[in-house]
Design a protein around this ligand. Structure first.
Ligand code: SF4
Length: 201
């Protein structure tokens, strides 16, 4: 695996106008990450991935790469595109436990995130990083949304989703399950409880 991903990285042309990056919905800085990986700067590559996208491991597995980064790679016009999903998966899995998350000073502002699918988790991580006190409200008994209930185990092992839950806790995000906003509590009631911002995922 290690040899394969480094071979893939070595083939990258480090394009000035990286079409791969344009094809990525979250604009992962692909050539920069590949270059750091080639230079054996795993920390730099890993932190760059997670800074850009907290769900890097998940995306490396379940994104539609053939239509996105790999489908846009310039090398794919005449031959094989760079298999960035393998490179991303290798780096993000290696760096998952060691990723560094710089935290801003606490603002004393409560934010509610309704829904704990990919959008909710990403927003919760970003808000927590920016100093908000975040509570995630999930209507079901486990968090993860489509990652928990929609994608089968053989495509996305649940232990990866569990890792994302642990990360939320480590960032101080409170998670409340079995909370159907609109039925158990309304958005107006959340505001009365002191939440100043609400994200509905
Ligand atoms: S388009 Fe392909 S060759 Fe160019 S930087 Fe992206 S991955 Fe590398």
């Amino acid at each position: 695996m290690g040899v394969h991903v480094m071979d893939e990285a070595e083939r990258c042309l480090n394009c000035k106008k990286p079409m791969c990056q344009q094809g990525c919905p979250v604009h992962t800085p692909i050539p920069k990450i590949i270059q750091a990986f080639k230079d054996k700067k795993l920390a730099e590559a890993g932190n760059e991935l997670f800074e850009n996208n907290p769900l890097s491991v998940v995306c490396s597995i379940v994104c539609n790469h053939e239509k996105q980064c790999e489908g846009h790679c310039v090398l794919g016009k005449k031959g094989k595109p760079i298999h960035f999903s393998s490179i991303e998966n290798f780096i993000s899995e290696a760096w998952l436990e060691r990723r560094e998350t710089p935290m801003a000073e606490k603002k004393g502002i409560r934010a509610a995130v309704i829904g704990s699918g990919p959008a909710g988790i990403t927003v919760a991580v970003e808000l927590a990083k920016h100093g908000f006190d975040v509570t995630v409200f999930e209507s079901r008994d486990k968090i993860g949304g489509v990652m928990q209930y929609g994608i089968p185990e053989f495509r996305l092992p649940k232990k990866i989703v569990a890792g994302e839950v642990e990360k939320l806790s480590a960032l101080g995000v409170e998670v409340m399950t079995n909370m159907v906003i609109g039925r158990v509590l309304s958005v107006d009631e959340l505001m009365e409880m002191g939440f100043e911002a609400v994200f509905i995922g």
